[in-house]
Design a protein around this ligand. Structure first.
Ligand code: ZN
Length: 53
């Protein structure tokens, strides 16, 4: 079972993995979608995805 951390942007509400954050390493922690700097960590045991219409 792989426990991967997910992060949720508090602005656009999109979730992304730590790998996405690592891609932005050096630029600080921010949302890869909108660039917002306030993100929330959350752990999801199952890989659920919320569809955004
Ligand atoms: Zn965002």
């Amino acid at each position: 079972m792989s426990s991967r951390k997910l992060y949720t942007c508090l602005r656009c509400g999109k979730s992304f993995s730590k790998e996405d954050l690592d891609a932005l390493a050096g630029m600080g922690v921010k949302c890869p979608f909108c660039g917002y700097r306030i993100i929330m960590k959350n752990r999801s045991p199952s890989a659920k995805r919320i569809k955004a219409k």
